[in-house]
Design a protein around this ligand. Structure first.
Ligand code: SF4
Length: 368
């Protein structure tokens, strides 16, 4: 059996960024203590068989705010309940701050071996617009301190398509991140999420042309510097792709634990409600998880695989779905390939960077 991944949602942040709709609450000590207890109890009482685990991802929220002691307790609970691969990838999300050396050193010692920082921009006004608490210098310090603490696998997130962002701003941010010497860069286009302060502030649709140019410019810039694009928004030095996130796009199994976390497990997709108090109060938090859909069908597999640069590999797809109609899919893909939105050969179908900008429309069309 293939090893699985585990995602832990840590729903605490120092403050709420105005564009963000992830489930997060103020980082109060008492709430973080209660959540640590609830999470370790949920892990110990996990109703699913103890499979081998080769990736663990602490996402959020801002998991580092929990501090090394609580995070170590949660990691211990996982290693007691599951067989965690000694060479597994264990990622922690964090925001840049000036004094991270001590916690990072403790976390590295506890077994965390990959860190992902929300840098977002290297332009001061844009950090302000995004409501971020860090400065550009703090981002640089955070990466340097991670290195000193012993992390050799560091990722940073950046955002494109921000209101007022120019092509030059985009270039400055990509240059800054590459200059940090990190192994992995995630570059996301801003999406205005309903119900956020940004949605109230920006009531007209944002311009589309410039974000598209920013995206294509960033892809070219990162690729030229040796960060290979392997997914619509993800770039890595060779061998430094996120092993955990690849499980999502390969339709592999993973378990998500915590409020707002979801799982794909034995062809079922299910998730926990966005309710910290409910999760902490429940005798059996697993009873709160509800099914979303069956998941794992051919259409979903095509949709997820096409996010990857490798795209859909026909031999793999037909081995996994022996009754799928690849011929029809190839026929629908041909005109889009002729327009430069896809590449198509005997065994592969993949989006080009231009195609990635309109991936949803393309996927809908080729699935008929
Ligand atoms: S730090 Fe991250 S998770 Fe927290 S509010 Fe900001 S964007 Fe959202």
């Amino acid at each position: 059996m293939e090893p699985v991944g585990i995602y832990l949602h840590i729903p605490f942040c120092a403050s709420k960024c105005p564009y963000c709709d992830f489930y997060s609450l103020p980082a109060r000590e008492e709430a973080m203590d209660r959540y640590t207890q609830a999470l370790t109890r949920a892990i110990a009482n996990c109703p699913y068989p103890a499979r081998e685990v080769d990736t663990i991802y602490f996402g959020g929220g801002t998991p580092i705010l929990m501090g090394p002691k609580r995070l170590e307790r949660i990691l211990d609970a996982l290693t007691q309940r599951f067989t965690v691969d000694q060479k597994g990838e264990i990622t922690l999300e964090a925001n840049p701050a000036a004094t991270l050396l001590e916690p990072l050193t403790a976390l590295r010692r506890a077994g965390f071996n990959r860190i992902s920082f929300g840098v977002q921009s290297a332009v001061a006004e844009q950090l302000k617009l995004l409501g971020r608490r860090h400065t550009i210098q703090m981002a640089e310090q955070a990466v340097n301190q991670s290195r000193q603490a012993g992390f050799d696998n560091i990722s940073v997130d950046i955002m494109m398509g921000l209101p007022g962002q120019t092509l030059e701003d985009g270039q400055v941010t990509a240059d800054f991140c590459m200059g940090l010497g990190v192994e992995h860069i995630s570059a996301y286009l801003l999406k205005i999420e309903p119900g956020t302060p940004f949605a109230r502030r920006y009531t007209q649709p944002l311009e589309e042309e410039l974000p598209a140019q920013l995206y294509l410019q960033t892809v070219a810039q990162l690729e030229a510097a040796g960060y290979r694009q392997y997914e619509i928004s993800n770039f890595a030095r060779p061998g430094r792709e996120s092993r955990h996130n690849l499980k999502y796009w390969n339709c592999d199994h993973y378990l998500g634990i915590g409020p707002a976390a979801y799982s794909y497990w034995e062809n079922r997709r299910f998730g926990f409600p966005r309710d910290l108090e409910g999760f902490c109060a429940a005798k059996d938090p697993w009873a709160l998880a509800s099914d979303w859909d069956r998941g794992g069908d051919f259409e979903e597999y095509v949709m997820l695989r096409l996010r990857l640069n490798e795209g859909l590999v026909f031999t793999q797809a037909s081995a996994r779905y022996p009754h799928c109609d690849l011929r029809a899919l190839q026929n629908r893909a041909k005109p889009l390939a002729a327009h430069g939105l896809l590449t198509l050969d005997e065994n592969h179908l993949a989006l080009t960077p231009q195609g990635m900008l309109v991936s949803n429309e393309i996927i809908t069309r080729i699935l008929g």
